[in-house]
Design a protein around this ligand. Sequence first.
Ligand code: ASP
Length: 355
Amino acid sequence: MKRTVWNPWAQALLATLLALPALAADKLPNVVVLATGGTIAGAAATDVQAGYTSGQVGVDQLLAAVPQAKKLATLRGEQIANIGSQDMNDEVWFKLARRVNELVAQPDVDGIVITHGTDTIEETGYFLNLVVKSKKPVVLTAAMRPSTALSADGPLNFFNAVAVAAHKEAPGRGVLVVVNDWIHGASSLTKTSTTAVQTFLSPLRGLVGTVAYGECEFFRGPVGRNTVESEFSLDGVTALPRVDIVMAHENMDGVLIDAAVAAGAKGVVIAGVGNGNMTKAALDALAAQARKGVVCVRSSRVATGRVGRNVEVDDDKLSLVASDDLNPQKARVLLRLALLKPRSLGEIQRLLQEY
Ligand code: ASP
């Protein structure tokens, strides 16, 4: 009988070659974690106290605290900043957005997780949603309780954020925010409670999906133009124009509107009462600034609902713009990017409706 004599080296080589597709299939996605601070990196002296300081824990400690996340993705971390997000500023935004754009352009990066404070996460997320140029998942996460607290929410939020960033169905859904088992589109979420763990809601546009202990379910894509479809870019941009938010209230006058413009604001967003309303005195001041070329947007201090054109205010006559479903803080972000070049009021109205 004829016998085939196998060279042990050839045998080993063949075994390795046969295993290659399986190895490739098992390869974990590469996710880069960019840390900016916030309560998720906060620390208190004891585990049952309300007082604490944001941005105390570094990215390496954050990663080390959730070793389970290494089963979902190959992780590496970078510290972009370590601040409470109440201190978020343009310098950190530019650094973060540029680094995200660099990383997502690298073929060996599959997704990004950004740890952030909850106070302004909706603004940073929305800003990135407008200026990141990639379909790869960019997922922000945060925590309401500091890392040292009894029942800290940060570790599971972080784990879930990694699961979303590493998920094969996550690309193409715009910038996402994952907190407390919910996947929000960056354009839709808002913070609704000062202290509760269940603080984020997407009141009008709804959730993109849910994630429980890393198990993701996606319902839909994001609402509104974003990332690769966005006409905004930070290329060649070194500063954003000033846009201020003025809140409407009983007996409001125009003093703060005029003060904002005197301080250099090129745009003013009114956090109006109801459907973007304000007193006649405030409206007169706003319309006077609009006549001088300041872009004036009516939004609402109410937590949910659209602000439509020409409802109780004659926007056409007064040259004002309505925020549609963007809350004041998001309308401000969009307006700062929109004002990087001259645009008609009609075009700005279009942007508020499309993004
Ligand atoms: N002030 C904190 C921050 O935004 C609150 C938090 O992260 O929950 O950084």
